[in-house]
Design a binder for this molecule. Structure first.
Ligand SMILES: Cc1cc2nc3c(=O)[nH]c(=O)nc-3n(C[C@H](O)[C@H](O)[C@H](O)COP(=O)(O)OP(=O)(O)OC[C@H]3O[C@@H](n4cnc5c(N)ncnc54)[C@H](O)[C@@H]3O)c2cc1C
Length: 403
């Protein structure tokens, strides 16, 4: 009989499988799609930002993630990848990628050792325990093993495989689950103030507001789209956006290393120098032209020449540059999200082996658990860490001790 049956051939499931195999276990990965690791291929814009060497950023489930990473953090994961022959490359902000900068390399090193241990097109509908044996049932066939790992992921981007079915199975078995919501997703806004800006990227501090009060801020690159706002900092704000009475404020001045007073001084100098120039020239060299025009429109500046700008108008322009407001319509849903917020409660699983505290022989790993991280490699790092721990099951893998 198989030692370890793994439901889901994603980051968590495949890392568990190769780890258990390296310890001599027989493993079988059941994957509902026609091939494993579809989501891995889509990560990091096809480059796979597989971990982060900086401080941990898990807005939900931080304490559990931290404990899991104490047992299988970046150092151990480097050894894991080294044992599979994967060279790594660290880029800015601790983001770690495969040296090839191709997600397919990560998937290849995971799936090649498992060629005979994967069954695709198997959509598991139910699991159950019969004595010391675990069974997984896809409605056609029953698969049996001594241990079973639920690694079916969350609900983000079903087209890549994860559809929340493993979460549903565990819920049916009585495992507590917090509400599932899309996180790391784009924000749909009123399009009037940003009309004509689609495709433009600009550095800004993004603040999510609820009822006009700031709830969270992130700095970075904002991408204007036809429906609203995207970019890493926008996606990281999404979790704090309550769709009722929410708005987003963009501060373009911060990113220039100035404050409002400094900007006001700069604009006054420009006006003195370029008095007869058209008003649109005021922000040339500070913001992309169309963004500059959008700022002037939002500040309701109708002046034709710079010399016609009053003190009050200049103040309005500076304020708008510091607080360019767009109202939120809604968040983009699971079909666009990079990760699921919420999931199966971590309280009922060991942070050392990922085994259930209720059901001996049942394990869970990856995004189906109530842990989610920011952009930067944190989600894959948790999926790999929890997968490795489930595969180890308290043992020491040979690659941990090799030089
Ligand atoms: C576009 C995109 C880009 C991303 N980029 C990054 C990044 O660069 N860095 C980062 O850290 N994170 C990134 N993420 C998040 C990261 O990919 C996920 O958090 C991570 O893959 C979760 O791993 P997992 O193994 O838990 O689930 P998944 O990788 O989703 O794998 C689950 C697998 O289980 C299978 N499955 C599900 N249910 C069943 C069932 N009932 N029976 C059989 N098989 C089943 C699915 O088909 C799937 O193959 C990105 C996500 C997306 C969508």
């Amino acid at each position: 009989m198989t030692d370890l049956l793994i439901i889901g051939g994603g980051a968590a499931g495949l890392s568990a499988a190769v780890t258990a195999k390296s310890l001599g276990d027989s493993v079988l990965v059941l994957e509902r799609m026609d091939r494993v690791g579809k989501k891995i291929l889509a990560t990091g814009n096809g480059r796979c930002n597989l971990m982060n060497s900086g401080s941990y950023r898990y807005p939900d489930g931080f304490a559990f993630a931290q404990r899991v990473l104490t047992h299988a953090g970046p150092d151990m994961q480097r050894k894991f990848w080294h044992s599979l022959g994967l060279f790594l490359r660290e880029e800015e902000a601790g983001r770690v990628y495969p040296a090839t900068l191709q997600a397919s390399t990560v998937l290849d090193v995971l799936r090649f050792p498992l060629e005979k241990d994967i069954l695709t097109g198997v959509d598991v509908k139910d699991i159950r325990r019969k004595g010391e044996v675990w069974e997984a049932d896809d409605g056609h066939r029953v698969y049996r093993a001594r241990r079973i790992l639920m690694a079916g992921g969350g609900c983000a981007q079903e087209k890549l495989g994860s559809n929340g079915s493993c979460i549903r199975i565990l819920r049916k078995m009585g495992y507590p689950c917090s509400p599932l919501r899309p996180a790391l997703t784009q924000i749909e806004t009123d399009t009037k103030p940003i009309k004509g800006l689609e495709g433009i990227r600009v550095k800004a501090t993004v603040t999510a507001l609820a009822g006009g009060r700031p709830v969270h801020a992130e700095s970075g690159e904002v991408l204007f789209t036809s429906y609203g706002l995207s970019g890493v900092c926008v996606m990281q704000c999404a979790r704090y956006v309550d769709e009722q009475d929410a708005s987003i404020s963009l501060n373009f001045i911060d990113a220039l290393g100035l404050d409002e007073q400094g900007m006001q001084k700069e604009l006054n100098m420009r006006i003195a120098r370029l008095a007869s120039a058209p008003a649109e020239r005021l922000l040339t060299g500070i913001l992309p032209p169309r963004v500059g025009q959008a700022v002037l429109n939002s500040a309701k500046i109708r002046a034709v020449h710079l010399e016609n700008l009053s003190e009050d108008m200049i103040h309005r322009i500076v304020r708008t540059m510091a607080d360019f407001r767009v109202n939120v319509r809604q968040l983009k849903g699971f079909e666009s999200a990079q990760v699921t917020r919420g999931g199966i409660s971590t309280e009922v699983f060991s942070d050392c082996t990922m085994e259930s505290k209720r059901d001996h022989g049942l394990y869970a790993a990856g995004e189906l658990l109530d842990v989610d991280g920011d952009c930067g490699g944190f989600n894959l790092m948790f999926a790999f860490a929890s997968g490795i721990l489930a595969g180890k099951n308290g043992r020491t893998a040979p690659w941990e001790v090799e030089g």
